[in-house]
Design a protein around this ligand. Structure first.
Ligand code: SAM
Length: 268
């Protein structure tokens, strides 16, 4: 579909600098390479070059979720696309599901979850701090995903309103304290996930998962290294994000089954 009012356009200037611009009839994009009226993009196909009034060429692309997530307004650290991508497949998050997360933070994960569950699904997003959640809410709104997200300002120690949730992700420092609340919200065999920056926190969580009858624990780390995409001089880029966090996953089981396979590894 051609570019529509409200869509976000990814403009790349002659020096390779990127800009995300929400398209509005009558508005103008301005940079030191010149002015581009949004009308030059609206109603036209993506993937073209447009010229500013200074005759400078800009590429116009439809942004990927990766482009959008890395350029979100932030109140907190956000989850990185490399971690989000893996958790979506590992927790089987897809169209029509009801998923829950805490905390909302800046809405990085919220946006990816809302994208994955589609128009028939729903994301429930909790945060104890209203000012953080407000940033998440605005980021979600800007991408037109508000219908898919229910925000709640609450400390998760007070529990969740929802039950029979398909997947629940805790991106906060002490998930080991909230496993009774997590069990109460998840459906049997539902997916639990968390992201933690230090091994000490992971150890606490693993012990707590065991004592709260979660099964099939997994701990992993996603390392992503980009290469300079030049065919004849192909080599890794010198910089990389070396550490974001450890991902921890487990499944909610009924006590009986858990006793049969207390720490079973489904991938062994
Ligand atoms: C690292 S941020 C989450 C980032 C988010 N996943 C993203 O991708 O933008 C952690 C958030 O958890 C919230 N938080 C910490 N402890 C909490 C609790 N007990 N209940 C609810 N929210 C909590 C904080 O206020 C903060 O906004």
């Amino acid at each position: 579909m051609n570019a529509q009012p409200g869509d976000i356009a990814h403009l790349i200037d002659p020096r390779g600098k990127s800009y995300l611009v929400q398209l509005k009839p009558g508005a103008q994009f301005q940079s030191h390479h010149g002015v581009i009226p949004h009308e030059a993009i609206l109603g036209k196909p993506w993937g073209r070059r447009v010229f500013s009034h200074l005759e400078k060429p800009f590429l116009v692309l439809q942004p990927s979720l990766n482009d959008l997530l890395l350029r979100l307004r932030r109140a907190t650290t956000i989850m990185y696309p490399k971690d989000i991508g893996f958790l979506l497949v590992n927790m089987n998050i897809g169209p029509g599901q009801r998923v829950l997360e805490a905390g909302s933070g800046s809405g990085g994960l919220t946006i990816a979850l809302a994208h994955a569950v589609g128009s028939q699904g729903q994301v429930f997003s909790y945060d104890a701090r209203a000012e953080n959640q407000e940033v998440a809410r605005r980021n979600v709104e800007r991408l037109g995903l508000s219908d898919r997200v229910t925000f709640k300002v609450r400390d998760v120690s007070e529990g969740f309103d929802e039950q029979e949730i398909d997947a629940l992700f805790l991106d906060l420092p002490n998930p080991h304290d909230y496993l009774p609340q997590t069990r109460a919200a998840l459906k049997p065999s539902g997916f639990f996930g968390s992201l933690l920056p230090t091994v000490n926190q992971v150890s606490l969580l693993l012990d707590a998962l065991e004592s709260h009858s979660f099964a099939f624990p997994e701990v992993c780390e996603i390392l992503l290294r980009y290469y300079n995409p030049v065919g004849q001089r192909l080599r890794p880029k010198q910089r990389m994000v070396a550490h974001t966090g450890f991902l921890i996953f487990a499944r909610k089981m009924q006590t009986k089954e858990t006793e049969l396979h207390p720490t079973g590894d489904p991938h062994a």
